[in-house]
Design a binder for this molecule. Structure first.
Ligand code: GLA
Length: 692
């Protein structure tokens, strides 16, 4: 029986100091003998007899794969019984990979506890919101808050780090796998109560901020507070999400504290995230990680380059640095109702899009079909028979291209003068109380992202507290939670000459998810010289017209009421329900050289496109490569913020199914085909990588 006295805070303090001393990761991979842009695959050697490893690795090498992620989910192989560790097999697998010029990311196996652990210590199992404790099986069945589970996780991570922390072929660590579900077990609940007590100090303070006189919610003690993720006081719901974020952060710190003291500083520590997933605040968790990484699976049945590009930009924003695609689909997955494949050519298109948006590695999940298990139908590069499946050749082409273009891309990143603010607090607050069922805050964000990305060809997606000085234009699509501190940050940006565009529902709530005392946009209303007189949920189109064009509002409409003579109305509602008729829908005000604008409605896409074009123009943002045909994506990576100096690489991707001709402003070196070119012709899903 292990002691359960393990206390996270001592680890937290130590590790934050340790991680702070670790040098910031480079903006591109830099491993001797490896291309700076890495092609990789998830490899599970524990699923195979060793005799199969060599042929598999030879096929990887032939496909220019220089990276494998191993160890993830292999807990029962690494620690077959409590306290008995078996790493010799992994030593051999890593050494054999290295022989084939393949480096390794080690996954800690904590997303899949072994049966001996959960059987002997059932208190480590997750409890769902209805109080049902998980049984052993499947994966992710642990409680993220369990002190005992963290003790085991710390031990296995530490043993791995002692063993592999100085292995020259191990380049980094992935903690766990796709953090997702919180637990509602008694320990997690007690931790939530303690977390609230630490934050609020007294129950009277909490009662005041949560306005608990409402529905007789007044609490006498912290442990009376219910623990729920739905149908509760909005303050409680928001604090639960923040607690979950802090708990995943301390879950990470627990493993970082085990790894970092034994690992070379060159070995990064990351985890693999899931795009728009909002179970916790990624900015909080990434504050203790060295690098961001994500699993890029298309979010609908067909590849939507704009949504996919937005998710890359979101991930790049977690640390405001280049990132890795830790998993992506080799044409198809197994978890949709109908797992249609990407079309031939789109796997390569997606790989280059990842690089264009700032990834320095693309890893396919997975290398080879497992002989059994829940994912027998998933896309792979190698079949059960050890022979390539059709998509292998396309991936091999990507690998050859990464080798050709790697040196030019080393040390480069995307840079942008436009930012979209993405706030988990605001997304959660809206989702707790949608008011209009179709108001999906991610869809609203992407509605702004699509035209902005097309018009400027470079957009950052950043946290609300990110520094904004580099941006000419900042768009906050639905910044619902807007406390004074955040308002001060935005006011300073506008007063320094920045152009700020707020979307509907902005500025309604304070940091406790209570209504701001001033009407929307709350603490920004004075700067705007206007406020929202009323919001309305819509289920039919309302005409809008004005200086910025004509179109319709739907889903959401707010009427604005200017109070300042220099606040101008740019768009007005037409006749509809009477409340909206002739009322301002968009207002704007110049503030020195900067401006603040409030868009009160969810607008149809063509109208929103012309509105973003107006603000892009007003802010003086130019596209990287003007005049490219629709459906051709332009990505730029440079070594400096200012594209005029240093390295400069353009990645052009034809997402359409027809040939496209793109004229270049001056001759550039074609890195994939050699030679100097002044224009490129891209076939269906074609890619060009060009250097000046
Ligand atoms: C996730 C997981 C992988 C695998 C893939 C399948 O991303 O991290 O282990 O299950 O999904 O698409």
């Amino acid at each position: 029986m292990r002691p359960v006295s393990f206390v996270v805070p001592f680890v937290l303090a130590g590790v934050l100091a340790l991680t702070a001393s670790v040098p910031a990761p480079a903006q591109a991979t830099a491993y001797p003998d490896k291309p700076p842009i890495l092609l990789g695959a998830a490899w599970y050697p524990e699923q195979w007899p060793e005799s199969q490893w060599e042929p598999d690795l030879a096929l990887m090498e032939a496909a220019h794969i220089h990276l494998v992620r191993v160890g993830e989910f292999a807990w029962s192989t690494m620690e077959p019984s409590e306290g008995h560790y078996e790493f010799a097999w992994l030593d051999r697998a890593i050494a054999l990979a290295a022989k084939h010029h393949i480096c390794v990311v080690l996954g800690t196996p904590t997303a899949a506890p072994p049966a001996w652990l959960t059987t002997k210590y059932p208190d480590t199992l997750r409890v769902d919101e209805n109080g049902r404790r998980d049984e052993h099986g499947n994966r992710q069945q642990f409680s993220f808050a369990s002190t005992r589970y963290r003790h085991f996780a710390h031990d296995i991570a530490e043993q791995m780090a002692i063993h592999f922390g100085h292995n020259p072929d191990v380049v980094g660590w992935q903690l766990d796998n796709e953090y997702a579900e919180p637990s509602f077990d008694p320990e997690a609940k007690a931790q939530f109560h303690a977390w609230l007590q630490k934050k609020y100090g007294t129950i009277a303070n909490l009662n005041q901020h949560w306005a608990t006189a409402y529905w007789s919610q007044t609490y006498d003690n912290f442990d009376e507070i219910p623990v729920r993720s739905d149908h509760e006081n909005p303050a409680l719901l928001l604090e639960w999400k923040r607690f979950v974020s802090d708990t995943w952060k301390s879950y990470s710190v627990n493993q970082i504290s085990a790894i970092r003291p034994h690992a070379d500083p060159r070995q990064f520590i990351t985890t693999n995230t899931m795009g728009w997933f909002d179970g916790f605040d990624e900015y909080v968790v990434h504050s203790v990680l060295d690098k961001a990484a994500w699993d890029d699976y298309i979010s609908t049945d067909h590849y939507d380059p704009a949504d996919n590009g937005a998710r890359h930009d979101l991930t790049r924003g977690f640390k405001r640095q280049n990132f890795w695609v830790m998993e992506t689909e080799p044409a198809f997955v197994n978890w949709r109702p109908t797992n249609t494949p990407l079309e031939k050519g789109q796997v390569r298109d997606m790989a280059w899009q990842a690089i264009g948006h700032g990834s320095d590695a693309v890893e396919y999940w997975q290398w080879r079909s497992a002989p059994n298990g829940q994912e027998e139908y998933h896309g792979v590069l190698i079949g059960i028979d050890g022979k390539p499946v059709p998509v292998y050749d396309e991936v091999k082409q990507v690998g050859a291209e990464f080798e050709k273009a790697g040196a030019a891309l080393a040390g480069t990143s995307p840079h942008s003068s436009v930012a979209i603010i993405q706030s988990y607090d605001s997304r959660w607050a809206i989702d707790f109380q949608r008011h209009s069922a179709k108001f999906d805050p991610v869809e609203e964000l992407v509605a702004f992202y699509r035209p902005l990305r097309e018009q400027t060809q470079a957009v950052d997606i950043v946290s609300p507290d990110a520094p904004l000085d580099q941006y000419k234009l900042v768009v906050a699509p639905a910044l619902n939670v807007l406390p004074q501190s955040l308002a001060d940050h935005l006011i300073a940006y506008v007063k320094a000459g920045g152009h700020l565009v707020l979307g509907p529902r902005s500025g309604m709530k304070d940091e406790y998810n209570a209504l701001n005392p001033q009407r929307q946009p709350g603490p920004l209303a004075d700067l705007l010289g206007a406020n929202v007189s009323q919001f309305y949920a819509l289920d039919e189109d309302v005409p809008v017209s004005g200086d910025l064009g004509n179109g319709t509002a739907n889903i959401w409409a707010e009427t604005l009421s200017p109070s300042s003579s220099d606040t101008h109305t740019l768009l007005t509602y037409g006749p509809s329900n009477g409340w909206l008729d002739n009322q301002p829908a968009i207002v704007t005000r110049m503030v020195g050289k900067g401006s603040i604008t409030y868009i009160g409605a969810w607008l149809d896409q063509p109208l929103l496109d012309s509105i973003t074009a107006h603000f892009v123009h007003e802010a003086g943002v130019q596209p990287i490569l003007p005049g490219v045909p629709d459906g051709v994506e332009v990505c730029q990576r440079t070594s400096e913020q200012n594209a005029g100096s240093g390295k400069y690489v353009l990645i052009l991707i034809n997402h359409t199914t027809t040939n496209q001709h793109i004229a270049l402003p001056s001759a550039m070196t074609d890195l994939l085909n050699s030679g100097s070119v002044s224009s490129v012709d891209l076939p269906k899903y074609g890619v060009a990588v060009l250097q000046n």
